[in-house]
Design a protein around this ligand. Structure first.
Ligand code: PLP
Length: 489
């Protein structure tokens, strides 16, 4: 299968690229991104056929339908990483929580958040491609918390890939920071920046624009790559669990094959939701995809009004920080799929230039035929955490935003799959506060208090972090990043 450009072709870029090229060079003409030329049409027969397939068999069949240019042995090795999730026979358990509400848990991987679902297999694929081409890659990442640990974990000790990861010192949770600074593999560099996430991100942007930096990389024969959430190498792995979760509901006799469901997704950069959209187009009977946001509710505004308006907005810090995003990158692929490349180019260039665009009423109706949206502020989120815990289910603040959309966006009494994107251990101070009202300055106190309250153990993978040696000690001014990374290379 080939990939084509969301903003059309400018004559400077190839019009079509293979899957591996789309992964290595994710940026295309006019600043667009690559999207599948067409999606595989699997239909209901595919679901019937895979009713009793395990996760990896299903994954192999879905990836096979995309006809990607990756050797089967590499794909199998990539998928084998799901064996190390909590339950090797089922990396994504689906639990009934309330009436029509089922939670699909995407956090049973090594860093206890949903980024592992895609980044774990992606790390194997990128490294295999680099080895095959006999090239070396540097992955640069600025993280506010979840992507950094997941990227380090997947690339550690992998051949032909190095990672330099920047985080705002003091701007992540203790667990997130420890997950990064205790990584000791020689191909990983973790750098704390004195400043906030914007400073880390801007430092990264300056670095990418630096002529001396680029010249030094060229001298060392190192290519730059990104593992960010527009990379189709991540998106493809995010289609699988939507189909798996639907089949789980059939297997649990919650629905019959062919019944429609709602998918309910806590959204930031829209990678998870896009995976659901593609799954729907390929085969899944979906009534609507419910998009949940926090106070950074631009997606709610967009889906409800057709206006994507950044003019008066700046990001506000919330208790669901992985969703503190205003420029939601993967929306572009939905626009492209619905309205074509010319229209997408116009809209995205308008967003770049005027920080604003608006759909026509007909376009908005098309969007609303697929998506509905609502947002949940921090106080509402805490209430959902507390009330749901009282019913016997412990969840994190990102997952909680979905419960609001479940209450407000459904107009049919259909079964609903809520996607849980982080384990309680990742955002424990917020959860402890929701449950008991306590205010903890340190994760360890919150973890212990939740464990006691819920009568559960802190997973060893988390508790062990507090005893590990700190391998990554750099905390620097943002001006010194270039020198720091060059010294590492
Ligand atoms: C990344 C992330 C999200 C947002 O997912 P997108 O695919 O960017 O929409 C939600 N919750 C958690 C915990 C995350 O790490």
């Amino acid at each position: 299968m080939n990939f084509i450009e969301t903003r059309g072709n400018d004559g400077q870029h190839p019009e079509k690229v293979s899957f591996s090229e789309a992964i290595l060079a994710p940026i295309s003409s006019y600043g667009g991104i690559y999207s599948p030329e067409h999606l595989p049409d699997l239909g209901i027969d595919f679901l019937q056929q895979h009713l009793n397939s395990n996760y990896k068999t299903l994954a192999r069949a879905i990836l096979g339908a995309f006809e990607i240019d990756i050797d089967q042995a590499v794909i199998d090795k990539a998928l084998s990483l799901y064996d190390a999730f909590d339950d090797s026979s089922n990396p994504v358990p689906v639990t009934k929580v309330d009436d029509d509400l089922y939670v699909s848990e995407l956090y049973h991987g090594p860093t206890r958040a949903f980024k592992d679902m895609a980044l774990q297999p992606f790390g194997v694929i990128l490294s295999a491609m680099a080895q095959k081409r006999q090239e070396n890659y540097l992955i640069l990442a600025a993280t506010s918390g979840d992507t950094g640990p997941a990227a380090l974990e997947t690339f550690k000790n992998r051949d032909n890939v190095q990672v330099a990861c920047m985080y705002p010192d003091g701007g992540t949770s203790d667990v997130q920071r420890l997950q990064m600074v205790t990584e000791d593999a020689a191909n990983l560099k973790v750098i704390g920046i004195k400043g906030d996430f914007d400073d880390a991100q801007n430092a990264l942007k300056r670095l990418l624009g630096s002529a001396t930096f680029k010249a030094r990389l060229k001298e060392k024969n190192i290519h730059l790559s990104a593992a960010n959430s527009v990379n189709f190498g991540r998106i493809i792995f995010q289609i699988i669990y939507h189909i798996h979760s639907y089949l789980e509901l059939v297997r649990q006799n919650a629905i019959e094959l062919g019944d429609k469901v709602y998918l309910n997704v806590p959204s930031g950069n829209f990678g998870n939701a896009l995976g659901g959209y593609y799954a729907m187009k390929m085969c899944l009977p979906v009534e609507k995809i419910l998009i949940a946001s926090n106070r950074n509710n631009i997606l709610t505004q967009f889906i409800n009004t057709g206006k994507y308006d950044l003019r008066q907005l700046s990001v506000v810090a919330t208790t669901s920080p992985a969703m503190d995003i205003l420029k939601s990158s993967n929306i572009e692929r939905v626009l492209f799929d619905l309205f074509g490349s010319e229209r997408t180019r116009d809209l995205m260039l308008q967003l770049d230039n005027e920080k604003y665009y608006e759909l026509t009423p007909t376009e908005l109706a098309q969007l609303q035929a697929i998506f509905a949206a609502d947002f949940c502020d921090d106080d509402e989120g805490k209430k959902y955490i507390k009330n749901t815990f009282a019913k016997g289910y412990l969840m994190d603040p990102h997952t909680a935003t979905c419960f609001k959309a479940y209450d407000t966006c459904r107009d049919k009494a259909l079964k609903t799959i809520v996607y849980s994107t982080a384990e309680w251990t990742k955002f424990s101070p917020v959860i402890a506060n929701a449950l008991t009202g306590e205010v903890d300055a340190h994760d360890i106190d919150a973890l212990q208090s939740i464990a006691k309250e819920a009568n559960i153990e802190i997973p060893v993978i988390i508790s062990a972090l507090f005893d590990k040696d700190i391998a990554q000690k750099s905390i620097i001014e943002k001006e010194n990043i270039e020198a720091e990374i060059l010294a590492f290379l």
